[in-house]
Ligand binder design. Structure first.
Ligand code: AMP
Length: 650
C-alpha cells in the first residue's frame, strides 16, 4: 500500500483518539535483555542518533564506509525538495558489495544462501558459487543485448535463480523489476508495459501449499503482442518425473541454464553512478494504477547495509531468515541486498509459514539454527492462533531476535511472541516501520532500549520523523496526526517510474516534508505508534472510524486470532461496520460469542465503533506479504466484481 491522500488530510477519527488514549495509559514495557544490548552493533542508540542529527553529513559519510566505492563521492547529499541526491559523484556496483568483496576477502567459502523448498529440497550457495552463477547469467544477459539502464522484469518465486537474476541485472547495470510470482496476467502485463521491459525472466512453476502452480501461461498471455519484449528466459523447474515435455512458444524464448552454456564465470561489474537506478518495484496506490517506485544504487546500499547490521543485528556468525519474498520490498532490502552486502548467511524457504503445518517454521529454525528472523505480524497472529505448544516442542535457543514489520503489531501478539518464540533464548521481539517507498526501517525498537508493545519504537539514527496536523504543524506528544519525514533519507525513493508528478505529491501534500500516509502518535518518551493508514477510514453517522482501530480492538478479545473490518453502505448512518473474525484455536463458537465480541468493541472504543455484523470465518483473504484484502471482502459483500485477486496468498 502506498500513500496517496490526493489532497485529503483527514482529521483524526474518534476511534483513533480512543486508541491513542488507551496507548497513553498502557506504558507496560518489555525490557531489553542486557546480553542483547551488550552485543548490539550500535551500543548506544542515543549517541548514534545525536551524531546523526548534529552532523548528518558526517554521519552518512561514516556509514558510506560500509560500502566499497569504485570512485569516491564528492558530496554526501544535495536536497532541493522534492529532489534529493546522495553520495553525489560516487561510483559503485551493488554486486561488488554483495559478492566480490566477500569472495576476494575472507568469506569465499561461507554460505551466502541456504535455500529450502516447500518439499524440503535444499541448496546451499557459498559466496564463491554465488559469484560464479551471477556472473555467468550476467554474461548471458549481455549476450542477449541487455545493456545498462535496460529494464528486465523478473516473474520468479523465491528461488536461488530468482535472487541470481536480480544480482545478474545489478552486475551489468540493468534495472530489475520483480513482480510477485502470484500476480495475474493483467497486473503483470501492465508492469511490463509501464517499465518497457526488454527481457522477462520467469519460472515455469511455483509451489504453493503442496501444489505445483504454473506461471508460464500467465507470462505467455501477458507478453502476447508486446513486441518490445525481445526475450523471455524460462527457469524450468518442472522437469520432474511424470511432467509433460517443455515446449518453447516462440523464438524469443530461452532456457535459463542453456543460455549460460559456455559463458565465463567472470563478468566485469558495471560502474554505476550513486544515483543510477538499481531497481523499480511496483506497489499499489489508491488510483488502481501501479506505481513503479524507483530506488537508486548508492544511498540504497548504504542504508540497507547499515541497517542490516544496526537494526537487524545480523553478524557474521548468524543464520538470518526473512519469511518475506523477493516480490516485495522486504525481499529486496532484507533478503538480498542488505544482508549480502553485510556478508551474512541468508536462509530462505519457498512456501507459506503454516504449510504443511504451523510447526514447519520452528522445525526449520531448530534444524538450521536460525538466530535472527524477520516476519510479519500476521504470521505471528497465525502462530498464536495455534497456541504455544508448537514452538515449545523445538529447540529455539539460538533464535534471539524477531523483527516484525508491514502492519501494526498488536500488543497481544507482541507479548505472545516474546514469551513463546524468543522465550527460550531470552531474546527480543521488535517492531519496525517502513514502506516500499522507503526501503529500510525509519522507526523501530533496538535491543538497546525497552520495547513498548503497541508502539513501533523510535526514529532510527538519521531519520527526522514527526507527527503533524493537516497544516504540517507538529502536534503535542500523545496527540495523533500524520506521520511525516522532514528530511530525506539515502534509502528513500527518488521518483515514480514514468510519473514524476506522482512522486512530487509525497512532498507536496504538506509542503517540504514527506507524507507517509499513516496516522501516528508519539509519546513523551519519543516512542511512536503507527495506528494505520490515513486513507483507510470509514464514516459512520458522521464519525470517522479507522478499520485498524476496530481490528485492534477485536484482537484484544481473548477469543480472537485475526480480524478484518470494512465499511458497508447504510441508508441511515452512511456506513456500517462489518467485522470478519478468525478465532484462536480451540475457542468454541458458543451462541453468545458474537454478542461478546460486539460488546468488547463497544467497551473498548464506544458504541459508534461497534460492528453491526460480525462474521466468524476459518481464514481471511490475504496477499502473500500478509496484508488483509479488505477490498476483496468488501466487493464480495456488496456483490461487486472483486477485480484483480492475483496477489492473494491462496
Ligand atoms: P508496503 O509499502 O506495502 O510495505 O506498506 C507500507 C505500509 O504498511 C505503511 O505505510 C504502514 O501503513 C504499514 N506498516 C508497515 N510497517 C508497519 C508497522 N511496523 N506498524 C504499523 N504499520 C506498518
Amino acid at each position: 500500500m502506498a500513500p496517496e491522500l490526493e489532497g485529503k488530510l483527514p482529521d483524526l477519527t474518534e476511534a483513533q483518539r480512543a486508541a491513542i488514549s488507551a496507548l497513553s495509559k498502557d506504558d507496560a514495557v518489555i525490557a531489553a535483555p542486557v546480553w542483547l544490548a551488550q552485543r548490539a552493533h550500535v551500543p548506544n542508540d542515543a549517541i548514534e542518533r545525536q551524531f546523526a542529527s548534529q552532523d548528518p553529513d558526517g554521519f552518512w559519510r561514516e556509514k558510506a564506509k560500509l560500502v566499497d566505492w569504485m570512485k569516491p563521492f564528492e558530496q554526501v547529499t544535495r536536497f532541493e525538495p522534492p529532489r534529493h541526491e546522495w553520495f553525489v559523484g560516487g561510483k559503485l556496483n551493488a554486486t561488488v558489495n554483495c559478492i566480490d568483496r566477500h569472495v576476494f576477502g575472507d568469506r569465499r567459502l561461507k554460505a551466502a544462501l541456504i535455500w529450502v523448498g516447500e518439499d524440503g529440497e535444499e541448496h546451499t550457495y557459498t559466496y564463491n558459487r554465488l559469484y560464479r552463477e551471477v556472473n555467468r547469467f550476467a554474461n548471458a544477459l549481455k549476450k542477449l543485448g541487455v545493456r545498462k539502464g535496460d529494464r528486465v522484469l523478473l516473474y520468479m518465486p523465491l528461488t536461488p535463480e530468482g535472487i541470481i537474476s536480480m544480482l545478474a541485472c545489478a552486475r551489468i547495470g540493468a534495472i530489475h523489476s520483480v513482480v510477485f510470482a502470484g500476480m495475474g496476467t493483467q497486473a503483470l502485463r501492465s508492469r511490463i508495459e509501464d517499465c518497457a521491459a526488454k527481457v522477462v525472466v520467469c519460472s515455469d512453476y511455483t509451489y504453493r501449499r503442496g501444489k505445483k502452480v504454473p506461471l508460464k501461461p500467465t507470462v505467455d498471455e501477458a507478453v502476447r503482442d508486446l513486441y518490445g519484449v525481445e526475450h523471455v528466459i524460462v527457469h524450468r523447474r518442472g522437469s520432474r518425473p511424470g511432467d509433460a515435455p517443455f515446449t518453447f512458444e516462440s523464438e524469443r524464448e530461452h532456457d535459463f541454464y542453456d543460455i549460460q552454456d559456455g559463458h565465463a564465470i567472470h563478468c566485469p561489474p558495471e560502474p554505476m553512478d550513486s544515483e543510477d537506478p538499481l531497481f523499480i518495484l511496483y506497489t499499489s496506490g489508491t488510483t488502481g494504477k501501479p506505481k513503479g517506485v524507483v530506488h537508486t544504487t548508492g544511498g540504497y546500499l548504504v542504508g540497507t547495509t547499515y541497517l542490516a547490521r544496526a537494526y537487524y543485528q545480523i553478524t557474521d556468525s548468524d543464520i538470518y531468515w526473512s519469511t518475506s519474498d523477493i516480490g516485495w520490498i522486504v525481499g529486496h532490502s532484507f533478503i538480498v541486498y542488505g544482508p549480502l552486502s553485510a556478508g551474512a548467511t541468508i536462509f530462505t524457504r519457498e512456501g507459506v509459514p503454516d504449510y504443511p503445518s504451523p510447526d514447519v517454521t520452528w522445525e526449520l529454525c531448530e534444524r538450521y539454527g536460525v538466530n535472527v528472523m524477520f516476519t510479519a505480524p500476521t504470521a505471528v497472529r497465525m502462530w498464536m492462533s495455534h497456541g504455544g505448544d508448537a514452538p515449545s516442542r523445538y529447540d529455539l535457543q539460538k533464535l534471539r531476535l524477531i523483527a516484525c514489520a508491514g502492519e501494526p503489531l498488536n500488543p497481544e501478539a507482541h507479548r505472545w511472541a516474546q514469551a513463546n518464540l524468543v522465550g527460550q533464548s531470552k531474546g527480543m521481539v521488535v517492531d519496525n516501520w517502513w514502506q516500499t517507498e522507503i526501503a529500510a526501517p525509519v522507526l523501530g525498537t533496538l535491543p538497546t532500549f525497552d520495547a513498548r508493545p503497541g508502539k513501533v519504537g523510535k526514529p532510527v539514527p538519521g531519520a527526522d520523523v514527526a507527527v503533524v496536523d493537516a497544516a504540517g504543524k507538529p502536534v503535542s506528544d500523545g496527540e495523533g496526526g500524520l506521520l511525516v519525514i522532514r528530511k530525506p533519507l539515502p534509502y528513500m525513493l527518488r521518483t515514480i517510474w514514468n510519473d514524476h508528478a506522482r512522486y512530487e505529491k509525497y512532498w507536496s501534500q504538506i509542503p517540504g516534508v514527506y507524507t507517509a500516509g499513516d496516522i501516528a502518535v508519539r509519546d513523551r518518551d519519543g516512542y511512536f505508534a503507527v495506528l494505520g493508514r490515513a486513507d483507510d477510514v470509514m464514516n459512520v453517522a458522521g464519525h470517522r472510524i479507522g478499520t485498524a482501530d476496530v481490528e485492534s480492538a477485536l484482537l484484544r478479545h481473548p477469543a480472537v486470532a485475526e480480524s478484518a473490518v470494512i465499511g458497508l453502505p447504510d441508508p441511515v448512518k452512511g456506513e456500517k461496520i462489518k467485522a470478519f473474525v478468525v478465532l484462536r484455536k480451540g475457542v468454541p463458537q458458543g451462541p453468545g460469542l458474537v454478542a461478546s465480541l460486539k460488546d468488547h468493541v463497544r467497551q473498548d472504543l464506544g458504541p459508534i465503533a461497534t460492528p453491526a455484523d460480525v462474521e466468524l470465518r476459518a481464514s481471511l483473504p490475504k496477499t502473500r506479504s500478509g496484508k488483509i484484502m479488505r477490498r476483496l471482502l468488501k466487493a464480495v459483500e456488496m456483490g461487486q466484481d472483486p477485480g484483480d485477486v492475483s496477489t492473494m496468498a491462496d
